[in-house]
Design a protein around this ligand. Structure first.
Ligand code: CUA
Length: 327
């Protein structure tokens, strides 16, 4: 009985990991669907071979039965040890070879009508959306995709090697300084998923994540067009903007519609409408923004953003409120 319990304990995490916002086995895209199907087929194909080997070793070691007759033993070995594995493995190989062309990272990207350029930084993501009609939107730490549309990703890095991976949709693909990698994905299910840097890139590698939001086509179009204009929140009353300026936040951050255009740090043009701040670390809100501005390193060790311990709580709130208003 204890062996049975052990088996259940060992398998629980295996099966509970099959669903969720960051699981390659709970696919919401064409590419991840193919990978998940291949995975389950390999499990299904491997099972009979595994069962045969286990049965044979149990027979040999535990059950002190009469030895098999020589011709029966030869038949068992021929069918179970040769025919079964050769058939199963050949079928799996054939399926994998057939699947390979469509699993090339940039398969079908010539049909893509949306291009998303992503640059990895320690420890965040610079994101630029581009449409053939000239629409260009700069963002950071969040990716939105229209459902059913093929999207081409152009991936590079400014410092370390990072890796772009949205398990529920597909990937992964390295972001390498000085070169551009391509990846093409097509999401098939509306929802919010989680992407994660998949290549060790420094202290906060594990904290380099992002929400990946798959939207209906029309909603995505509305969202993208709204983002191609500056947020009206830049003119909001209050002292937030003046404090942002006095504190020189603009020497690293870009905000569309203002004089601040540096891309050394994440783009903040519509930061108030993002689901998270700090690349997937805190649920967005004025309080979270204030604590991140106060001491980014406390949320994310190794972040290049300096602490702002000289700002009072009231000043932090003013800045955070203004940033939250950038919708
Ligand atoms: Cu970026 Cu790990």
């Amino acid at each position: 009985r204890s062996a049975g319990l052990l088996l259940v304990a060992a398998l629980t995490p295996v099966f509970s990991a099959c669903s969720g916002v960051q699981s390659a086995l709970d696919p919401a895209g064409e590419e991840s669907g193919q990978v998940a199907r291949l995975f389950w087929l390999m499990i299904a194909g491997g099972l009979p071979i595994w069962a045969f080997v286990v049965a044979l070793s149990l027979y040999a070691s535990r059950w002190k039965l009469e030895p098999l007759r020589e011709d029966t033993a030869a038949r068992v070995i021929f069918w179970g040890g040769v025919v079964l594995p050769v058939t199963v493995l050949a079928a799996l190989l054939a399926y994998a070879l057939w699947l390979m062309p469509s699993l090339r990272p940039f398969a079908g990207s010539d049909d893509a009508t949306l291009r998303i350029e992503i640059t990895g930084r320690q420890f965040w993501w610079h994101v630029v959306y581009k449409r053939p009609n000239g629409v260009r939107v700069v963002s950071a730490n969040e990716i939105r995709l229209p459902v059913g549309e093929r999207v081409e990703f152009a991936l590079t890095s400014d410092d370390m090697i990072h890796s772009f991976w949205i398990p529920a949709l597909g990937g992964k693909m390295d972001l390498i300084p000085g070169r551009q990698n391509r990846l093409s994905l097509r999401a098939t299910k509306v929802g919010t998923y989680r992407g994660q840097c998949a290549e060790f890139c420094g202290t906060s590698h594990a904290l380099m994540a992002f929400p990946a939001i798959v939207m209906e086509g029309a909603a995505f179009e509305t969202w993208l067009n709204a983002r191609s204009r500056p947020s009206s929140g830049v003119h909001a009353p209050g002292t937030g903007r003046a404090l942002f300026e006095r504190n020189r936040c603009g020497s690293c951050h870009r905000i569309a519609g203002t004089q601040w255009q540096s891309t050394a740090g994440p783009d903040l043009s519509h930061v108030g409408s993002r689901l998270t701040i700090g690349a997937g670390q805190l649920a967005s809100g004025s309080e979270a923004l204030a604590s991140f501005v106060a001491d980014a390193g406390a949320v994310k060790a190794g972040a290049h953003m300096p602490a702002n311990s000289h700002l009072s709580a009231a000043e932090l709130t003013e800045i955070a409120t203004w940033l939250k208003g950038l919708q």
